[in-house]
Write a protein that binds this ligand. Sequence first.
Ligand code: NAD
Length: 325
Amino acid sequence: MILVTGGAGYIGSHTVLALKEAGYKTVVFDSLERGHRDLNFGDVFVEGDLRDYDQIESVFRAHPIEGVVHFAASSLVGQSMAEPEGYYLNNLTGTLNLLRAMRTVEVSRIVFSSSASVYGEPETIPITEEAKKDQTSVYGETKYWIERMLDSYCRSYGFGAIALRYFNAAGCDPACRTGEDHTPETHLIPLVLDVALGRRESISVFGDDYPTDDGTCVRDYIHVTDLAEAHVLSLKKLFDEGQSFRASYNLGNGKGYSVSQVIEVVREVTGHPIPTEIGPRRAGDPAVLVASSALAERELGWSQAHADLKEIVETAWAWHKKRFS
Ligand code: NAD
């Protein structure tokens, strides 16, 4: 069985479906602080909190777990700057508890949800795994330090670990079984879809004077189903590689889209005019963030099946209507 922490959340629930389709049985462990009971597709569901060591150890003792996919984290950049302690506690202590429990029961394969935020402001585009890592948020720091913990556990205890550095996860399960339902929502596509659905009056665009073609920030949107597939491939690689394997891979679309381009595609898909308000730039927002995923393609055999922005928005829109109207 595969333990999926945070498996009732957005990317976690998609990955549980992908693992099922690949023939794995899953135990979902989620506090439901941000996740949803109805988005659990695990064979077993345990409501629990990684900050409590005994809870997570008892899950390993109760089920024949062979590997772990670790999504559970606090992940709001702004909140991490306002309330850093909670981020250190949940992301660092929570992960340390997970790794300790794994070591205690001798489970040593883990795929970890890292983030583009480990890089901070890029010096060159596209961003490769070797790029400078100079985080600009506490959230990004916690992801970076967890990667360092994984280095140590692989080096000293023979773990096998893959960190997947996601860029902007977007879109939803093409079969509409699960999708994005964050409270608060901070991601661009669901926020714009909220306007189309009448849940929000307009969309704020933070800055239109960046050095990009239309002046708005350019980001890399990767379909969540393609992300989910990368976790299945990573687990397989860890089972194949044996002890002490350690790698980090970027996962992105490789193609950047500006905020204005995303809004335009939402207009096209929904038929809604989507009023916008141009505001000032947000501190710490780089002009362009685009990934190179060449290493994941080469070493994991990963490729995208849903890279087209229109398809990403169409799948997100189908889910948004189903969930929120
Ligand atoms: P999410 O909030 O939908 O999912 C996280 C899940 O973890 C939630 O269901 C939450 O209840 C659970 N959780 C949090 N703390 C927990 C704890 N202490 N114990 C047990 N469960 C806990 O978030 P998501 O968008 O699916 O992101 C998943 C992971 O991917 C996170 O680690 C996030 O930092 C990372 N990530 C996400 C994106 C993105 O674009 N969404 C980009 C880069 C990295």
